[in-house]
Design a protein around this ligand. Structure first.
Ligand code: SAM
Length: 282
């Protein structure tokens, strides 16, 4: 069954009376090159467990099942289950779980489903409405995963993979940098999907650091400082932090002076070390 063929996909969907849900970000891949490339870039083998978020009708899932030891696909939309039974019949290393990725306990899921695997990776064509929350959860939850290869909206991908201290950087960029090395692997045009979304996409790879790369005394305060610094992008970092973090302008200003930072600097120009030191001084 060729899941990249527009007419085949149309026939399967109509046979099951399936209609796309915009709210669930259902844009299915029909480009034959994208899924094999995504699966390949994971470097999975039979000792690798893969979590897929949102299998849809199973195009990417199929490729992952060919290379990984086990695939657990989390799908929120129950209507897709009978379709997946048909499209992925024959793969005995696959488990499709009806779950909301934002609510499921990923730690327990990994313990339960992937005991004995050498490496756990996440691969997905992410539903766009939860791109950042999913990635932040994967990074911040201290899970036993070592790599994330996901397709996201182009603009989101550029921000996630930007260098800290450059124009495109935001709070998510700092979080990604804190936990992982990031790279944009390749672009995917609107026409690669059914139905076509309004924007282009990119596939990004996040390789999680095995050990902490930055020394931060109080992570909670560090991330609060970062979020507050970026929360009023048109204002200076100093004003944004003092306005939203409940710390006096004098105190933040003194910290900036101590660190030799221009008090007019914007958050996007601050480096990782700057955020770390500011969070320690205020
Ligand atoms: N992997 C398929 C592909 O590439 O063609 C489908 C990708 S589609 C962009 C996103 C998928 O995520 C849909 O199948 C959708 O139903 C599912 N989804 C949406 N929200 C979800 C959630 N909160 N938890 C799990 N799956 C979700």
């Amino acid at each position: 069954m060729n899941l990249y063929d527009y007419n085949t996909v149309k026939r399967i969907l109509s046979h099951h009376g399936f209609t796309f849900s915009k709210a669930l970000g259902q844009n299915f891949l029909i480009d034959p090159d994208v899924c094999p490339q995504m699966a390949q870039s994971l470097n999975a083998d039979d000792k690798t467990g893969v979590i897929e978020v949102g299998p849809g009708i199973g195009v990417l899932t199929k490729e992952l099942c060919k290379t990984a030891g086990k695939v657990v696909a989390l799908e929120l939309d129950k209507r897709l289950f009978p379709i997946l039974d048909e499209t992925l019949a024959g793969f005995d290393n696959l488990e499709v779980v009806n779950a909301d990725v934002m609510k499921v306990d990923l730690k327990s899921l990994i313990d339960e489903k992937f005991a004995g695997f050498n490496s756990i990776k996440v691969c997905a064509n992410l539903p766009y409405y939860i791109t950042s929350p999913v990635i932040m959860t994967l990074l911040e939850s201290n899970l036993a995963i070592d790599e994330i290869v996901v397709m996201v909206q182009k603009e989101a991908g550029e921000r996630l993979c930007a260098e800290v201290g450059t124009r495109l950087a935001g709070a998510v960029t700092v979080t990604v940098n804190y936990y992982a090395d990031s790279e944009i692997l390749f672009e995917v045009g609107k026409d690669s999907f059914m139905p076509s979304p309004k924007v282009d996409s990119v596939v990004i790879k996040l390789t999680l650091h095995k050990e902490r790369k930055f020394e931060v005394r109080d992570e909670k305060r560090f991330f609060t400082t970062v979020k507050c610094a970026f929360s009023q992008r048109r204002k200076t970092a100093l004003n944004s932090i003092s306005n939203t973090m409940g710390v006096s302008k004098d105190k933040v200003s003194t910290a900036f002076d101590t660190l030799g930072l221009d008090t007019n600097i914007r958050a996007e120009k601050l480096k990782m070390e700057d955020f770390i030191k500011i969070s320690e001084l205020i």
